[in-house]
Unconditional design. Structure first.
Length: 291
């Protein structure tokens, strides 16, 4: 009898917990739907004819899906592979260099505790997190133009070498969580600081590496403003070309083809995010463990 009562009580508690979660899940579902509507509309509209896109009243679904819009994106005259290659190179180069230099900076801030002024220097790095990027655009452009590296990819290389304040902070928090005994044991085995960083610490920061790569790659891949300033049309990136709209041989804008290109453009970011979302969560959570 007591076991039956206990079982019923457990079921009531379980049901009560599930019911308390209903409002939260309802809100999350509504927010997800609202956020997804623009992207869903982008996909649906990319399958329309231009005349359907311009029709009024608006028809959400096309009469006949125009899969040819996606084939048109890859027509040789649009040179999408060249611009996608430019974008991929810049994203990988800047992100890779930034991860390398920022992880070194994070390691130095975390493990070299006896360096004079370490905390003050790190405070400056943290202050850079709140500095708007727009503040530095004009001074940087003046410097780069005077040394003659505009319309080249050198600015992205230099930005990568300079590192990222957020990535330095991220790696510092990770390296702080490593036990001192691990470092001491490596020193006993004859490892110098760089070898400890390269062979022991860095390989064990996969969440931080994944988080830094996803954020860094997404920032460069999705950047439209900087290539517009620094690069000519021949050397420009895919976001600039898409924003300029694809045109037919007569020079008329192909709106739905441009939207199809936008869908293709977002796929690498979606794929990278879903492959690394667990690492992102681990990286963001772990970065706040120690200060």
């Amino acid at each position: 009898m007591d076991s039956t009562v206990s079982l019923k009580s457990t079921r009531r508690q379980t049901l009560s917990k599930k019911l308390r979660k209903v409002p939260a899940y309802t809100i999350l579902t509504l927010v997800t739907v609202l956020i997804s509507i623009p992207f869903i509309y982008l996909i649906v509209t990319s399958l329309k004819l231009d005349i359907e896109y311009q029709s009024w009243p608006i028809r959400f679904f096309p009469a006949t899906p125009q899969w040819g819009n996606y084939a048109e994106v890859f027509h040789p005259r649009h040179r999408i592979f060249r611009y996608a290659g430019n974008t991929l190179f810049l994203a990988l180069a800047q992100t890779g260099l930034s991860i390398l230099t920022s992880s070194m900076g994070g390691y130095a801030f975390a493990r070299f505790r006896d360096v004079p002024g370490r905390n003050r220097l790190f405070s400056i790095v943290i202050a850079l997190l709140i500095l708007p990027a727009m503040v530095t655009i004009i001074p940087q452009f003046i410097v780069f133009s005077r040394v003659g590296i505009t319309n080249t990819y050198w600015p992205w290389i230099l930005w990568g070498v300079g590192g990222s304040a957020f990535t330095i902070f991220l790696f510092r928090q990770f390296f702080l969580s490593f036990p001192k005994e691990l470092e001491d044991a490596a020193e006993v085995d004859g490892c110098n600081p760089f070898r400890i960083y390269w062979q022991i610490f860095l390989p064990n920061t996969k969440p931080a590496l994944a988080t830094a790569f996803i954020f860094g790659f997404s920032a460069v891949w999705g950047d439209w403003f900087t290539p517009v300033i620094y690069l000519s049309h021949r050397n420009t990136t895919l976001p600039v070309v898409i924003a300029s709209a694809f045109v037919n041989p007569q020079g008329q804008a192909l709106v739905t083809v441009t939207l199809a290109a936008s869908v293709i453009y977002t796929l690498p970011l979606i794929l990278i995010f879903f492959l690394g979302q667990q690492h992102i969560l681990k990286g963001v959570v772990t970065s706040g463990l120690k200060g």
